[in-house]
Design a protein around this ligand. Structure first.
Ligand SMILES: [Zn+2]
Length: 238
């Protein structure tokens, strides 16, 4: 299957990572955000194949504060968010934060979700591995949600995501990735509500899903908005 057909099977709108970051930068620039006056931050998976997105963000916005744990879950909490906002530039008596929330999924040549190729490994590899492990436990009916001190991030991920799934239902990997995107956004928004003072700061929430296709990484845009002088405005990345 042609690489773009693979991704088109699941998504109608998608951009290369570079293009997506350029588009979001251009969209935010219109509202006064720039590399000089804003601090970017990210929720992306720890997986090395996800880090290309952080490199593109760095090229446009400068180094981004990293909130992420496995699958891109927001586990940095109020302390992490507080640290980030204290690091933001103070220009024209205002602070500006840009939050990128982008969990990931792979799609292979045959259009199968969850599988990708990795450097030096012949066999197919999984992405997002942390979400695949959680799904395996759902399929086998052996879900462990006790906090395992030797596996803190995966335990927290399972405990958080299971709350979003109807008892007895097993989502597809794509559905679970979409649930993960929503959960990360909500958890970050909850912390923002506690920590961010919109009388002195503006911020942007940019969300989407990173897709590892056979020919490279793409971003499928999802809910995005800015809060400017305490007023929310929906952004359409297109
Ligand atoms: Zn992952």
């Amino acid at each position: 299957m042609a690489p773009d057909h693979v991704i088109k099977q699941y998504f109608s709108v998608f951009f290369t990572e570079q293009n997506f970051i350029q588009k979001t930068y251009a969209a935010l620039e219109k509202f006064g955000f720039s590399a000089e006056n804003s601090l970017a931050s990210v929720c992306v998976c720890r997986d090395e194949i996800s880090q290309s997105l952080r490199s593109h963000i760095k090229r446009k916005w400068g180094e981004a504060f990293n909130f992420s744990s496995l699958a891109g879950m927001f586990t940095a909490g109020k302390t992490g968010l507080m640290a980030a906002i204290h690091h933001a530039p103070r220009v024209g008596k205002r602070e500006r934060y840009v939050f990128y929330v982008i969990p990931h999924i792979a799609v292979d040549e045959g259009g199968k979700t969850g599988f990708c190729k990795r450097k030096g490994i012949k066999e197919a590899s999984s992405a997002c591995g942390a979400l695949c492990l959680f799904l395996d436990e759902l399929y086998t009916g052996k879900l462990h949600i006790k906090i395992d001190e030797e596996d803190i991030e995966e335990s927290l991920l399972k405990r958080r995501l299971i709350k979003e799934i109807t008892y007895g239902d097993i989502p597809s990997l794509l559905e679970l990735t979409q649930i993960t995107r929503k959960v990360i956004q909500e958890d970050l928004e909850h912390a923002i509500g506690k920590v961010v003072d919109t009388s002195k700061s503006d911020y942007a929430m940019i969300t989407g899903i990173q897709v590892h296709a056979p020919d490279g990484n793409y971003i499928v845009p999802d809910k995005s908005y800015i809060v400017l002088k305490s007023k929310k405005k929906v952004l359409k990345i297109q």
